[in-house]
Ligand binder design. Structure first.
Ligand code: NAD
Length: 353
């Protein structure tokens, strides 16, 4: 435990209800003058509010963000940013919009201010993903890490409860795998445990009342911590499976994470005692995989991969893709055990080691 390397990424975080209103000040703090606001078509209204808060520093709104950052969108956004002479971008939205900002920054080093409205955590990572000819390529580059992040819990009050709960479980997955990461360290483990605790508590509140502002703040705080873990240490089997299932079968990102996590943790539970104890402690339960499975049931998220569009006949192929070029994992990835894990995740049955 006491041999580790700890590297920090420099970014500024401003957290609090109403912090979106500080956007103009944050643009100035970066020394920028013309901020292009990025969003999805669905979040155009929120983006227009940001543009009006920016006043003369607004270079307009680009509302072409899409899931998995298709290269065509990235090119259009890059050209648009050049055409309006933007010297900074403000990305308001979830991982897809922040991903579009990263795709612009990758080419131009344009500084990004992120205003996250989901719990996916992309704003805290130097990881980018761009999809070309149906293949999502990911990489790491310090240029794409947002320089400033404004966490404003008010903005997620309208995030539908179902999207909120799966997004929160997606965030918990980053922290859970960070606890057994090959390159983990005690600081990230503190953040991971606190992130899981905060999200689990906040998500229960949101599932009862999506407008519960304290619960929203707890979830966003947890999402920040979990995003830090994702950005700082390597992920393992769970993330490999979710990337395989998302990329090969086009399954929805956050739902896939929510369903697979208890099963991936059960797989690793026999070799990762300390991580499991910490996850269980954060959830207030005896067993990490069972506790997460129960939490998913309580939150009413889909239970099995079959419910989100995967055919049972795809499971052999999913297993083969996940076996090829695997990520490092604390327990060696064995084909028969992985196939059984996928079967259980497809059926939505209880997780087993
Ligand atoms: P998303 O960004 O695709 O958003 C889903 C939908 O919800 C969109 O239509 C969006 O406009 C809408 N939405 C978001 N916030 C809202 C709000 N507050 N109110 C109403 N609607 C809202 O979803 P996501 O789960 O945040 O991101 C998923 C993507 O992010 C995936 O492509 C994933 O690979 C990527 N990701 C990347 C990283 C990274 O480090 N690079 C980390 C996590 C996720």
């Amino acid at each position: 435990m006491y041999n580790f390397t700890y590297t920090t990424h420099a970014s500024r975080v401003v957290f609090g209800a109403g912090s979106m209103k500080l956007v103009q000040h944050e643009v100035e703090t970066l020394g920028a003058r013309r901020a292009l606001v990025l969003c999805t078509p669905e979040q155009r209204t929120q983006a227009e509010i940001v543009a009006s808060l920016l006043g003369p520093s607004s270079a307009g709104v680009f509302d072409g963000a899409q899931m998995h950052v298709p290269i065509e969108n990235a090119r259009r956004a890059r050209e648009y940013a050049k055409s309006v002479d933007a010297d900074c971008a403000v990305a308001i939205g979830g991982g897809s919009t922040i991903g579009l900002g990263k795709a612009i920054a990758l080419e131009s080093a344009l500084p990004i201010i992120a205003i996250p409205t989901t719990y996916a955590g992309s704003e805290m990572t130097p990881i980018f993903g761009i999809t070309e000819a149906g293949l999502k390529k990911t990489g790491r580059d310090a240029k794409v890490l947002p320089k400033t992040v404004l966490y404003d819990p008010e903005l997620s009050v309208d995030l539908p409860v179902r999207l909120s709960t799966v997004s929160g479980l997606n965030a918990i997955a980053h922290a859970a795998e960070g606890l057994y990461a090959k390159d983990g360290n005690p600081v990230m483990s503190l953040m991971a445990e606190e992130g899981i605790r905060s999200l689990a508590h906040g998500l229960r509140g949101i599932s009862k009342n999506g407008k519960d502002r304290n619960a929203r703040a707890e979830c966003l705080y947890g999402a920040w911590l979990c995003g830090m873990v994702l950005g700082n240490v390597g992920m393992a089997l769970h993330h490999k499976l979710c990337h395989t299932l998302g990329g090969t079968f086009n399954l929805p990102h956050a739902e896939t994470h929510a369903i697979v996590l208890p099963h991936a943790l059960a797989y690793n539970s026999i070799v990762a005692d300390e991580a499991m104890s910490r996850i269980a402690r954060a959830l207030g339960v005896d067993s990490a995989p069972d506790g997460l499975y129960e939490l998913s049931l309580e939150l009413g998220v889909p239970r099995g991969l079959g419910e989100i569009g995967l055919h049972e006949s795809d499971l052999d192929h999913a297993c083969a893709v996940a076996m090829s070029n695997p990520y490092w994992n604390p327990r060696p990835v064995e084909e028969a055990a992985l196939r059984a894990l996928l079967q259980r995740a497809w059926e939505g049955s209880r997780p087993l080691p």
